[in-house]
Design a binder for this molecule. Structure first.
Ligand code: PBG
Length: 309
């Protein structure tokens, strides 16, 4: 008797999450010569997707995007979970392993509603609920006003079209995966830094599941993994979450990784920058950069982070 599937991949239900899960499935099938229906996509509703009318910070609790997928993975209802690594907390269940990081997509943010930061109209309303985007925008354009808009990519573009904001910022990676990249202008990543792990898809499995681990290892992309792990080490040292105003850009050359990072005050007036270059697996170097940024941070920035928490 044969089983219907080899692997059940858990995913959130948003169009972007499903596009990412399809990419994961395609890569698995390609690497292992499996038929499409040998990888089953299992849709799991995440708490972050259920509550859309309140700012994320007010909903309380952590793991808004991962909690339900984690439960299903623990219970063996799925064999692996597909995540946007940007949304995955630095502290993960000890019995899980990040089995694969897929080749990272475009890390840039895309500005929608204006052609450049400079040509955004004076006093424009910037629709974003991401502290990094809000702080970075206020840093460059203190005249702008931040209005919180949430929801998946289509919802946010709809709110912009409906006039709830004048401009917004979205990840190029997400727009690309949804075929919507032409809605705006990508911002140069050297000056407008991305979020930690932006554009990276990760697939987790149970650490003791040898079959899943081997299956995932075949689609792991080493340079992307190195960058994601280094960016997560920085985030961990800062005590940051996906709700902290942290921006980071990494690049890999051979076994070396260079990192440039900034942390901001909520209102964007204060900013601390730093950089490091190290062997990519020496994660302590990236943790040290995180501690160094905090050591140099004024109270308006330091209060946004909880190192060691
Ligand atoms: N926080 C939501 C989220 N998580 C991952 C992405 C986009 C895809 C990615 O960065 O990998 C998005 C939307 C956005 O920021 O525009």
């Amino acid at each position: 008797m044969t089983t219907r599937y080899r692997l059940r991949l858990g995913t959130r239900q948003s169009p972007l999450a499903l596009a990412q899960a399809e990419e994961a499935r395609d890569r698995l099938c390609e690497a292992h010569g499996w038929a499409r229906d040998e990888v089953e996509l299992v849709e799991v509703v995440a708490s972050g997707d259920k509550i859309l009318d309140r700012p994320l910070a007010d909903i309380g609790g952590k793991a808004l995007w991962t909690k339900e997928l984690d439960q299903w993975l623990h219970e063996g209802r799925i064999d692996a979970s597909v995540h946007s690594m940007k949304d995955v907390e630095t502290l993960r269940p000890a019995d899980f392993a990040i089995g694969a990081i897929l080749p990272r997509a475009d890390v840039r943010d895309v500005l929608v509603g204006a052609g450049s930061l400079e040509t955004i109209p004076q006093g424009a309303r910037v629709g974003t609920s991401a502290p990094r985007r809000a702080a970075q925008m206020l840093h460059y354009r203190p005249d702008c006003v931040i209005v919180g808009i949430r929801g998946n990519v289509a919802t946010r573009l709809g709110k912009l079209a409906a006039g709830e904001a004048d401009v917004t910022l979205l990840a190029a990676a997400g727009l690309e995966r949804l075929g919507e990249i032409s809605v705006g202008t990508p911002l140069d990543e050297a000056s407008w830094l991305p979020a930690p792990s932006q554009g990276a898809i990760g697939i987790e499995c149970r650490a003791d599941d040898e079959f899943a681990r081997a299956a995932l290892e075949a689609i792991d992309h080493a340079p992307s993994r190195a960058r994601v792990m280094a960016e997560r080490a920085l985030l961990e040292a800062l005590g940051g979450t996906c709700h902290s105003p942290i921006a980071v850009l990494t690049s890999v050359t051979g076994d070396r990784l260079s990192m440039k990072a900034s942390i901001f005050s909520a209102d964007g007036t204060e900013r601390v920058d730093g950089s490091v270059e190290s062997e990519s697996t020496a994660l302590d170097a990236f943790r040290a950069l995180g501690r160094d940024l905090l050591d140099r941070a004024p109270p308006s920035i330091a209060e946004l982070f909880a190192p060691g928490a």
